[in-house]
Design a protein around this ligand. Structure first.
Ligand SMILES: Nc1ncnc2c1ncn2[C@@H]1O[C@H](COP(=O)(O)OP(=O)(O)OP(=O)(O)O)[C@@H](O)[C@H]1O
Ligand SMILES: [Mg+2]
Length: 293
């Protein structure tokens, strides 16, 4: 949810009803699967009939375009430099998602001034009426860019892996977000889990810490299974999992997470057991089907 100044909302006719839902995907540690998750969440959203946009918010080290197999001529750098409007850099990706590509290797983007950051947000505001869902794939850790993307989001999803370092960085990130009062609507996805139990344990640890030290409950959106072969192939061939490998371990678990994200009532705290039990059943069904076929 972008904050549109009243005069502007009158001018543009954007009302609360036709605002898109903005989901920012962030993490503590880098390389935990934010981009993989964001792209596939966007595709699942599009496949469910929602008009969906993904913004490569990893300003400076962008790679959404690589993982979606698109070859953009223009990117966010052109928007920041006032050479293009945000609409002009949007490019269509797999399953009809729209992509705003980021620029890679440009220091200027990773250290945006307050004015440039605001310019970007103002440009994003213009897209509110055009999309049902806007997903922002943020960079790892917490800096001003990430905090801005969190503060304009309706929901923030923190991706972690079961690694202790990733887990503790996820907690630290939530702590900074909470301390900065950017949002309280935070959920977690456990990526690269080897089992439902492992993911459940990871979520419980983070939730216990946020509950005890931050007096805050977080939402569990579930887990994505470790599947190195499929993920490697999908990235190398630039073919997203949700389109090209939907029935693999990682594909079906990604779909489950997307289901949780879009069907679950917002702000409702779901006990991890409820979700993970549902996963257990779904995974069991998948295993049974695989065993039978
Ligand atoms: N479920 C998975 N199973 C196996 N490997 C995975 C899985 N998810 C991610 N990976 C591996 O982790 C790598 C990093 O994924 P990705 O680029 O999505 O992470 P990221 O959090 O966006 O990284 P960064 O912080 O650099 O932006 C992938 O290239 C892939 O090798
Ligand atoms: Mg990334």
């Amino acid at each position: 949810m972008f904050t549109i100044p009243i005069e502007e909302s009158v001018k543009t006719g954007i009302s609360k009803e036709n605002k898109s839902e903005v989901i920012t995907v962030a993490s503590g540690k880098g390389g935990v699967g934010k981009t993989l998750f964001s792209i596939n969440l966007a595709i699942e959203s599009a496949l469910a009939g929602k008009k969906t946009l993904i913004l490569d918010g990893d300003l400076g080290l962008a790679n959404v375009h690589i993982m979606t197999g698109i070859y953009p001529d223009f990117d966010l750098m052109d928007v920041i430099n006032n050479k293009k409007t945000i609409q002009e850099v949007i490019i269509e990706g797999p399953a009809g998602i729209h992509v705003i590509p980021g620029a890679s290797g440009i220091f200027q983007l990773s250290t945006l001034s307050h004015q440039k950051r605001q310019l970007l947000i103002n440009e994003l505001n213009k897209l509110e009426k055009d999309y049902d869902v806007i997903i922002i794939d943020a960079e790892a850790g917490i800096n001003h860019n990430v905090l801005k993307f969190v503060s304009i989001a309706d929901r923030t999803i923190i991706v972690t892996t079961p690694d202790l370092t990733a887990l503790s960085d996820a907690y630290a990130t939530i702590k900074v977000i909470k301390t900065r009062k950017s949002t309280e609507n935070i959920g977690v996805v456990v990526n690269r889990a080897r089992s439902v139990n492992e993911a459940e344990l990871v979520f419980k640890k983070i939730n216990m810490a946020t509950d005890k030290f931050l007096n805050m409950k977080i939402i569990s959106y579930g887990m994505i299974l470790e599947d190195a072969i499929t993920v490697k192939e999908s990235i190398q061939l630039r073919k997203p999992i949700a389109v090209n490998y939907p029935r693999t371990k990682v594909g079906s678990s990604l779909k489950n997470v997307a289901y949780n994200v879009f069907k679950m009532e917002q702000k409702k705290v779901v006990e991890p057991n409820v979700i993970f039990n549902r996963f257990s059943v779904l995974l069991e069904n998948i295993r049974t089907k695989e065993a039978v076929s």
